[in-house]
Ligand binder design. Structure first.
Ligand code: ADE
Length: 419
C-alpha cells in the first residue's frame, strides 16, 4: 500500500503554510490558472507524479494541479533542495509527499519509488529522474502514461538524447524551453538565487573578487550579470563560440578554465556538463578559492578528484567544506557541489517561478488532453501557452503594451510593399 508521506516532521506544517501563502501572493499568473482549473476541473482523476524541488513555489503548483482535480504524489528532485516545512504543510493537507532535506541517494530513490505507486498518467520532472526510473525499472507503468513535462535544461538534454536513441516511450513537453520560463527563471532566477546561496553559505564580499562563471547559457548570463552588479570582476568560461562571443561583447573577460583557475577567488558552474572543474584546475587554484555549482547535478565539480588531492576534509560550517591540499592550500566547496541556490538558499523567487509553473500547469493540461495524439518525442510548449503566460504576467504587473494598427499588421504580412 502507498504511504501518505515520508517527511521530516509534520509539526513544521504551520510554518510551511505561512510561507506558501506568502509565495502565493507573488504568483498571480498561477493563481489565475488555479481559479480556471477550479471551475473547469480539467485534470479530474488524473494521477500525477511530480519530482520537483519541494519549495513554497512548488507547493503552489501542486495546489493548482489539485484544484484541477489531479491526484498528486510529490517527491524531491534533489536530496538537498527540500524545504521540510513545505513538505509538512503539503502532507498535512493530504498531498502525498515524499521528501526530506539531506536524504541520501538510497532514500531519494525510495521516495521516488513510493511516489510511483500512484500509477501516474502524467509525470512532472526537474532533471528527468522519474522518466529515467520509469523507463529503466518500471516499464509496466508506461502503458498508462499519456506524457510528461520537464522543467530544467539538464532534463531536456537527457530526454532529447533518449528520443534520439528511440528510447523515449512517451511524449514530453520541454517546459524549460518556453520563453516565459527560460528567459526569466533561468536568467533572473538562477542569477539572484545563486548569489543568495553563496552569500548565505559564506557571507563573502563580492566586490573586488574575481568570480569565474562557467557556462554562458541563460543561467550563466544571469549569474555573471548579478555577480558583476555586486562589484565582482567576472570571468566567463564557455565552450560554444557564439555564447563566448556574446560574453565578450557583454563586457566579460573570456578564457579557458585552465587560465581562469589561476586567478579566480570564487568559481560557479552552470554548464549542465560533467567535470568542468577538475584535477588540473584544483592544482592551479589559489589558496582559499571557493567552488560551487548551480547546475542541476553535482557532477560539474569533480569532487572525487578534489577528495583525492586533499590530505584533510573539514566541515567548516553549514554547507561549507574545506579541502586541505597536500601543499596546504585550502579549497572550499559549497553545498557538496549540489545546486547552491536551492541547498543554501530558497531557490528562485516566486515572481519567476510564477511563469515557470504557469507553463507547467498548462503543459500538464495539454499533455493530458493531447498526449495520446503525440509521438514519443520532446515537444516545445505550444506558442499560445507561452504567449498567454506572458500576457497574464504583464496584466498582473499592471503593464499595458502597444498594439499594431491595421496598417502595421498588414505591412508585416505582405511581401509586395518594398522600397
Ligand atoms: N528551481 C529553482 N528554484 C526553484 C523554486 N524556488 N522552486 C522550485 N523549483 C525551483
Amino acid at each position: 500500500m502507498m504511504k501518505d508521506y515520508i517527511i521530516k516532521d509534520i509539526n513544521l506544517a504551520e510554518a510551511g503554510k505561512q510561507r506558501i501563502e506568502w509565495a502565493r501572493r507573488h504568483m498571480p499568473v498561477l493563481q489565475k490558472i488555479k481559479e480556471q482549473f477550479e471551475s473547469e476541473k480539467p485534470l479530474e482523476g488524473v494521477n500525477v507524479v511530480a519530482c520537483l524541488h519541494v519549495t513554497v513555489e512548488t507547493a503552489n503548483l501542486i495546489y493548482t494541479l489539485k484544484a484541477g482535480g489531479a491526484n498528486i504524489a510529490l517527491t524531491a528532485s534533489n536530496p538537498l533542495s527540500t524545504q521540510d516545512d513545505v513538505a509538512a504543510a503539503l502532507a498535512s493537507g493530504g498531498i502525498k509527499t515524499f521528501a526530506i532535506k539531506g536524504e541520501n541517494e538510497k532514500q531519494y530513490y525510495e521516495c521516488l519509488e513510493e511516489a510511483l505507486k500512484i500509477k501516474p498518467h502524467v509525470t512532472l520532472d526537474d532533471g528527468a529522474d522519474t522518466i529515467a526510473l520509469v523507463h529503466s525499472k518500471h516499464q509496466e507503468l508506461i502503458k498508462d502514461i499519456k506524457g510528461g513535462c520537464e522543467e530544467t535544461t539538464t532534463g531536456v538534454i537527457r530526454l532529447r538524447a533518449m528520443a534520439t536513441d528511440g528510447a523515449l516511450k512517451y511524449p514530453v513537453i520541454a517546459v524549460n524551453d518556453a520563453e516565459t520560463k527560460m528567459m526569466f527563471d533561468n536568467r533572473y532566477g538562477t542569477g539572484q538565487s545563486t548569489i543568495h546561496g553563496i552569500m548565505n553559505a559564506t557571507n563573502i564580499l563580492f566586490a573586488g573578487k574575481t568570480i569565474v562563471v562557467a557556462g554562458y547559457g541563460w543561467c550563466g548570463r544571469g549569474v555573471a550579470s548579478r555577480a558583476r552588479g555586486l562589484g565582482g570582476n567576472v570571468v566567463v568560461v564557455e565552450v560554444e563560440p557564439r555564447k563566448a562571443l556574446e560574453a565578450v561583447m557583454d563586457g566579460f573577460r573570456v578564457m579557458p578554465m585552465m587560465e581562469a583557475a589561476k586567478i579566480g577567488d570564487l568559481f560557479i558552474t552552470v554548464t549542465g556538463d560533467i567535470s568542468v572543474i577538475r584535477k588540473e584546475h584544483f592544482q592551479a587554484m589559489k589558496d582559499q578559492a571557493i567552488v560551487c555549482n548551480s547546475g542541476h547535478f553535482n557532477v560539474e565539480i569533480d569532487i572525487p578528484q578534489l577528495t583525492k588531492l586533499s590530505k584533510e576534509v573539514n566541515q567548516i560550517k553549514n554547507d561549507v567544506q574545506e579541502y586541505v591540499m597536500q601543499d596546504d592550500r585550502r579549497i572550499y566547496l559549497l553545498a557538496e557541489g549540489r545546486l547552491v541556490n536551492l541547498a543554501s538558499a530558497f531557490g528562485h523567487p516566486p515572481e519567476v517561478m510564477d511563469m515557470s509553473f504557469a507553463n507547467q500547469a498548462l503543459a500538464v493540461r495539454y499533455i493530458n488532453e493531447k498526449g495520446r495524439t503525440l509521438k514519443n518525442q520532446v515537444y516545445r510548449v505550444p506558442a499560445e501557452i507561452d504567449s498567454r503566460v506572458a500576457k497574464l504576467k504583464l496584466e498582473a504587473m499592471g503593464i499595458e503594451i502597444e498594439t499594431l494598427t491595421e496598417e502595421q499588421d498588414k505591412y508585416l504580412h505582405s511581401w509586395t510593399l518594398g522600397t
